[in-house]
Each structure stands twice: as structure tokens, then as C-alpha cells.
Ligand binder design. Structure first.
Ligand SMILES: [Mg+2]
Length: 333
């Protein structure tokens, strides 16, 4: 299977728009921007981060993509071990910001999947943080040839740090929706993916999605450090941006940030799906130019990892070409 030019643009957009949302929200984390406050890639926040710098959300997504872009099956035991090793590598870099659950697991586990999964399972208390959903976007492009393996891998990658039914379900549904958007150019996968969830979960998530779609105000679900409200906030932003073309992407990311609280994460989550729907070409050039972050990457690297992941999943022989000019997928200028 060979992806069309439009599908390549959309695959290239998944990590790029994840990072764009993340870097846009980074300067507003744990605040509620006032309506008159302009939203931009101002930096600051908890890092503090530089303008255009992405945070842990994107860095952990890239840790997954570093593995999937080689053609490895991140749903296999070896693939999960490689992802776990990348998480450990990122953690060893002493990141500026890290979620509580992720820190609890990575600070105590060996750098392999079995150790992390067991550590995540053994954590006490509430375990439904948004930290696995925020990094699930690359799983959506890692299995363009197989929806069921995509969803199964989303579950297993979540379980490395987030052993919670709703965190797992959210990762399954969002990864499926991102995969669907790259292939078909619509947001329909958010609804059609419900059938791949455990039977008791589909009806519950259908209600939650409808609540987000129809809510006039995102304060209804503003505990968005919790995975359920994080997904609802992201979906609210996607549904309430009024633009109907590529400008829908930056508009929806701004809405996710304006919804407040865990702004970098809700916008990163929204960004994964928006990039999958509208493509790298919809990410504004002035954002592309300043995006950067761990491990010393820029926008072109996000495009490379996204495309190599997507191409490996469909056995396209263009994959893993170190000399390829990935900047041609970015906006000129
Ligand atoms: Mg963050």
C-alpha cells in the first residue's frame, strides 16, 4: 500500500500538530486565559520553556515514534521493550516537566516493558491521569494497515505507565481516530472507533463525547488532568472551532488552550487528531519555524518520524531514507 499525497501530508501532521498544541499551551499551563488574552507560543509555564519549545507530552510521543519509525512493531514484546527504553532515556535527560504517575513509574522501574507495566499496576490511588493519552498519537500512525493491532498497541503502550481502564480506553479510541483521520481525512473515527472498545465502555464514551460536543462551556469538564476530562476538552475544542478548512487546526488548538488548566496537554491531545485530519500543511509557518524540543529536534524531525512511522506501517519502500528532504512537507517560507 502506498499513501496518497494527501495521506502523506496528514501523517506528517500528526506529531507536528501534537507539538504545536503542546508548545502553544505550555505558557498557560494551570491557568485560565481571559478572553482578551492573546494566545501564542510565548514560552514560560512550568519549565520554564522557551517560545516554541514542546514539553513532556511531545517528548514522550517522540520516544514512541523513535521506535515505530524504525519499522518495529510497538505492540510486540520487543517493541514495547524498545519504547520503555526510550522512556527511560528521556527520563534520564532530566526533563523540565513530568507527570506524577509517569515519574512514579519511571523513577522506580527498570528500562523494560515488564518492569514498567508491573510498576504502573502496583501504584496505589487514582491512576487515571492524562499522561498516556497525551503521547498516544504515534500509535495511530504505527498501524495504518490494521485497526485492531493499532488499538491493542495503544492499550499496551498506555499500560507502561497508566494502568487505568479509562486511560487505556481513551488511548485506544484516540489512536483509532487519528489512524482513521490520516487514512480518510475525517473526524468520524472518534465515533466509529467506539465499537473496538470493551463492550461496557462504548456506551459510556459515546455519552462523554456527546457531552463534549454539545457543551457550551468547557468548564463542565475542567478537571482535565484526569484523562476523561482531557479527552472531552480536546474533543470540545475540535467540535467548537467554526472554521471548516485547514484554519480549523490553529483555531481549535487555541480553543483547547483557552479552555484552561492542563493547557499544553489538552492542546497536544487535540493536535494529534487535528494534524491527522488537516495535515502538516495546516500548521502555521510561524509555528513550524520555532518549534523545538527534546532531543534537540525541530519541525522537520517531527515530520520525518511521523512519515517513517506511517510508511513502515504500510510497507512503503520510501521509509527510513536518511537523506530524504522532509522539509518539503513543511510550509514554505
Ligand atoms: Mg506538558
Amino acid at each position: 500500500m502506498r499513501l496518497t499525497a494527501e495521506q502523506n501530508d496528514r501523517a506528517a501532521g500528526v506529531l507536528l500538530a501534537t507539538a504545536a498544541g503542546d508548545a502553544l499551551g505550555a505558557g498557560y499551563e494551570f491557568t485560565y486565559p481571559r478572553p482578551e488574552t492573546p494566545i501564542g507560543m510565548i514560552g514560560g509555564g512550568l519549565g520554564p520553556f522557551a517560545p516554541g519549545e514542546w514539553t513532556d507530552d511531545t517528548s514522550m510521543a517522540l520516544a514512541i515514534a523513535e521506535v515505530s519509525a524504525t519499522g518495529a512493531d510497538i505492540g510486540s514484546r520487543d517493541g514495547l521493550d524498545a519504547v520503555a527504553a526510550q522512556f527511560a532515556r528521556w527520563f534520564a535527560s532530566r526533563p523540565k516537566d513530568i507527570g506524577n504517575q509517569t515519574r512514579a513509574v519511571l523513577s522506580a522501574a527498570q528500562p523494560d516493558a515488564a518492569s514498567m507495566t508491573e510498576r504502573a499496576r502496583a501504584l496505589a490511588g487514582r491512576k487515571g491521569g492524562n499522561g498516556s493519552l497525551m503521547r498516544t498519537a504515534p500509535v495511530g500512525i504505527g498501524f495504518l494497515d490494521d485497526a485492531e493491532r493499532c488499538v491493542a498497541a495503544a492499550r499496551d503502550v498506555s499500560l507502561l505507565t497508566h494502568d487505568d481502564p479509562q486511560a487505556v480506553e481513551a488511548c485506544m479510541l484516540w489512536s483509532f481516530a487519528i489512524r482513521h483521520a490520516v487514512l480518510h481525512g475525517t473526524f468520524d473515527g472518534v465515533a466509529t472507533g467506539l465499537v473496538l472498545l470493551p463492550a461496557d465502555a462504548a456506551g459510556r464514551w459515546s455519552t462523554l463525547l456527546e457531552e463534549a460536543r454539545t457543551a457550551p462551556d468547557p468548564r463542565v469538564f475542567d478537571n482535565n488532568g484526569w484523562v476523561v476530562h482531557a479527552l472531552q476538552t480536546a474533543w470540545w475544542a475540535v467540535c467548537h472551532a467554526e472554521e471548516t478548512g485547514p484554519a480549523h487546526l490553529p483555531q481549535a488548538l487555541e480553543l483547547a488552550v483557552r479552555a484552561g488548566h492542563d493547557t499544553d496537554t489538552t492542546a497536544a491531545i487535540a493536535g494529534g487528531l487535528l494534524g491527522a485530519r488537516w495535515g502538516a500543511s495546516a500548521v502555521p509557518a510561524d509555528w513550524q519555524r520555532i518549534l523545538h524540543g527534546w532531543p534537540g529536534y525541530r519541525a522537520q524531525d517531527l515530520v520525518r518520524l511521523g512519515l517513517c512511522t506511517a510508511w513502515a506501517s504500510v510497507d512503503d519502500d520510501r521509509r527510513r531514507d536518511a537523506d530524504a528532504d522532509y522539509s518539503r512537507f513543511l510550509v514554505a517560507g
